[in-house]
Design a protein around this ligand. Structure first.
Ligand code: ATP
Ligand code: MN
Length: 477
């Protein structure tokens, strides 16, 4: 039986078998207490071992980290803070964990230390909680879209187009690196490579999702994406998961509405289904906040913050309004921004995004109407011929969590934009053809799954919300 079910049960007297890993063992004269966890819940079940019936020696190896099978009886708990505990009839140590060398002791370990023990960190309360919340969010994303009639599309992971990610893509090749086939002019002959052309890992499934949307109506991808950007920040991974809905007949406003509805749905789902884990993560965060200076502390605890986002409309402003606010802001005037905001046209940095959200509006913000120069070629150009129908959703503590846009559906305009931005139109012939045949207004966005996870769990570093983070110089586990 899973510990989660045992702790909810009131079938005192029933026999159970439970298997898991020992968190702690305390021994007194006649009795030993084993706190057991099996990953099904943040809570441990207390196993009571009567040392007159089961010898102390036979459970000597049931130390922290060891795996055990317990046969016993559910009894009403006199005072462990829970209703149920297990009176053991038989304890079998399946796999011991030598306390001299087992790295995880029943005390608080730093997140940095645990990153170096990524193979074992699932066994801590923190990573158990994150893993369960992550699973719940994956499930909720599919449920959200399924219930709305969207189709899930698997877009390719190996891609032959580098339209979006030029410069920050991971190459896929079977060529021998120290014996590369060359053409006459000395350049590498990729015709001899596996696919007969240059290929990379995808940076986004959007372009392919658009093809599907222009037949299926409303679709979404939810897959791994890879970016070789050398940004060692707490919000960037080289391998991350992205949710990318793409909807025919949506304009930019429909797109924003969907983004806001989805984020609120997911947060509500977490509050309704992951409360035990969120409460643990909230306490954890509050402990951590104590070590911070007053002015750096988060204004709300985790659960309060999640509810706050649910209960308030996101602020919707234009890029132009955002730049005006930033230019006149205190930190800008006092030279506190690393990147000063002096003129219309600059790209917004995370420090600017966070100022808007955390200081100015104090709630999530959606920014639209970015200058076309700083956005991708496929975004629909506005009547002013200067801005595009982009929309970024900015969240407290994170900055950009979603980037999206209405797509350019006019063949001529799109082709011209590609030429202006040196996107190879010949290679993208298949994308362009959707604008030639039965084109419609459409829109979509990309939600970084780990950025969502940062927000929902209150964790501060993106390396801690994905089981096996890939970052520059780091692919150990
Ligand atoms: P940023 O400006 O924060 O680097 P971006 O503008 O490059 O992000 P998009 O190309 O718009 O991001 O990707 C859509 C979403 O994917 C982002 O809003 C973000 O949530 C997520 N994302 C982008 N890059 C990364 C990354 N390296 N690691 C994790 N998530 C990412
Ligand atoms: Mn973006």
């Amino acid at each position: 039986m899973k510990i989660k079910e045992i702790l909810k049960s009131d079938k005192y007297g029933d026999q159970v078998v439970v298997k898991g890993w020992v968190r702690t063992k305390r021994t007194s004269k006649n009795v030993a207490f084993i706190a057991l966890n099996d990953g099904s819940t943040i809570h441990n079940v207390q196993v009571v071992v009567d040392l007159n019936e089961i010898s102390e020696e036979s459970i000597a190896e049931a130390t922290t980290g060891a795996s055990v099978a317990i046969e016993g009886i559910m009894i009403e708990s006199p005072g462990s803070g829970q209703n149920v505990e297990i009176s053991a009839k038989k304890v079998t140590v399946l796999g011991p964990a030598d306390p001299e060398v087992y790295p995880l002791q029943p005390k608080k370990h730093s997140l940095e230390f645990l990153r170096e023990k990524a193979h074992l960190r699932f066994r801590t309360n923190t990573f158990g909680a994150i893993t369960r919340v992550r699973h719940a969010m994956i499930y909720a994303i599919h449920k959200f879209f399924n219930d709305k009639g969207f189709y899930n599309i698997h877009t390719p992971i190996i891609t032959g187009s580098d339209a979006e990610g030029a410069g920050e893509m991971f190459r896929v090749t079977t060529l021998e690196l120290n014996n590369l086939p060359r053409k006459e002019d000395g350049s590498i002959n990729f015709e001899e490579d596996f696919f007969g052309k240059e290929t990379n890992l995808t940076v986004s499934g959007q372009l392919e999702a658009e093809l599907a949307a222009l037949a299926m109506g409303e679709v979404y991808t939810f897959g791994p994406t890879f970016r070789a950007e050398n940004s060692n920040t707490s919000r960037h991974l080289a391998e991350f998961w992205m949710i990318e809905p793409e909807m025919a007949f949506y304009d930019i406003h429909d797109d924003m509405d969907l983004a806001e509805e989805m984020l609120k749905y997911l947060i509500r789902y977490a509050l309704e289904n992951c409360m035990d884990d969120l409460q643990f993560l909230s306490k954890r965060l509050q402990e951590e906040e104590k070590n911070k200076k007053q002015e750096d502390r988060a204004p709300m605890e985790l659960i309060e913050k999640l509810k706050f986002v649910l209960e308030n409309d996101f602020e919707r402003i234009t890029y132009t309004e955002a730049i005006d606010i930033l230019r006149d802001s205190k930190p800008n005037k006092k030279g506190k921004f690393q990147f000063p905001v002096d003129k219309w046209g600059v790209d917004m940095q995370s420090e600017h995004e966070r100022y808007l959200v955390e200081k100015h509006f104090q709630k999530p913000v959606i920014v639209t109407g970015y200058p076309k120069e700083i956005k991708a070629f496929y975004m629909k150009v506005n009547e002013d011929n200067n801005t595009v129908r982009a929309m970024d959703v900015l969240f407290p503590g994170i900055g950009e969590i979603i980037g999206g846009s209405q797509r350019e559906e006019k063949y001529d305009v799109l082709l011209k934009r590609m030429e202006e931005m040196s996107v190879p139109a010949e290679e993208m012939w298949w994308y362009l053809e959707t604008r030639k045949f039965g084109t419609v207004p459409h829109a979509g966005f990309g939600l970084g799954f780990e950025r969502l996870m940062l927000f929902v769990t209150g964790m501060g570093n993106i390396r801690d919300v994905i089981p096996f983070p890939r970052t520059p110089q780091n692919a150990e586990f």
